[in-house]
Ligand binder design. Structure first.
Ligand code: 9D3
Length: 259
């Protein structure tokens, strides 16, 4: 094995552990698990249920539709996961509940969380969890203002973000430092072979071999995409002199186009 030092440990509480194969068995994240850069332990609260039928959900007090995940199987799972993480020497771990009422996940949040070595993530189903479980929860996180069927995809989304930040997961070509949201701009356009596709040509500058011209073209493209598709990102960003000059060029060109 090229690398066998575990950099992050995830303990996931889920009624659907098989869903996590999408992360552990495929692509860049799959490789990170196989190389033991990342460790995954799946806990099914059903195994901590005490009754004959292995019940994990129940109706809500006060009435109304929908079921909730019961406190006891969840808290028992959290405590088992915590015990296991301590046993392997993890002492800065966080318990996170993925929930639509949580704080929105962002690049900034991912960077902040990436200081932790261990995560215990509750991926809940039904309408959520018994409120009293929150005494065991450090953070509530949502991945966006839309309704999903459960916390598994959100948990995998956040895990994917955290894993690709780790040193040794991406190669130099894929490097996470090149990602948009790192420099605060959207990506520029990309082209691959063939040089002409259905009469559409690759921009001449990209075939020129002039690396400085290419860098400037790409920066201008990034600024153009950001200004058109996500102007809100520019409000947050401090522009360099070069970026400000290119953005002015873009705005003048756009005005000319609109006449
Ligand atoms: C009736 C109120 N619903 C809240 C909007 C209940 C509810 C619906 C769906 C509670 C949980 C869910 C399942 N979703 C998640 O567990 C979830 C989620 C999401 O749906 N969107 C964005 N981020 C997340 S993180 C977990």
């Amino acid at each position: 094995m090229k690398n066998s030092k575990v950099l992050i440990t995830f303990d996931i509480l889920t009624l659907m552990p098989e869903m996590f194969l999408a992360l552990s068995d495929y692509g860049v994240t799959g490789r990170a698990f196989r190389e033991n850069i990342v460790s995954l332990n799946l806990w099914n609260p059903r195994e901590f249920s005490t009754d004959l039928h292995k019940t994990v959900d129940d109706r809500t007090y006060g009435g109304g539709p929908g079921m909730l995940m019961m406190a006891e199987p969840l808290v028992k799972s959290i405590e088992a996961a915590k015990k296991r993480q301590s046993a392997v020497g993890i002492n800065n771990s966080k318990v996170i509940h993925m929930t639509p009422r949580g704080k929105l996940l962002s690049h900034k949040k991912v960077k902040e969380l990436s200081e932790c070595e261990g995560f215990i993530i509750i991926a809940s189903r039904y309408e959520g969890i018994d409120e009293r479980v929150n005494d065991w929860v450090d953070e509530e996180i949502s991945i966006g203002d839309y309704v999903l069927s459960g916390g598994e995809l959100p948990a995998m989304t956040m895990m994917d973000c955290l894993i690709r930040q780790l040193p040794g997961v991406l190669n130099d070509d894929e490097s996470a430092t090149q990602d948009s949201f790192v420099n605060g701009l959207l990506d520029h356009s990309h082209f691959t072979r063939p040089e002409i596709f259905k009469k559409k040509k690759v921009p001449e500058v990209l075939l020129s071999g002039d690396h400085e011209k290419i860098r400037l073209w790409r920066l201008k493209e990034s600024l153009k995409h950001t200004w058109i598709k996500r102007p809100d990102l520019l409000d947050e960003k401090l522009l360099t002199k070069e970026e400000a000059r290119l953005l002015e060029e873009i705005q003048i060109e756009q005005e000319q186009d609109s006449i």
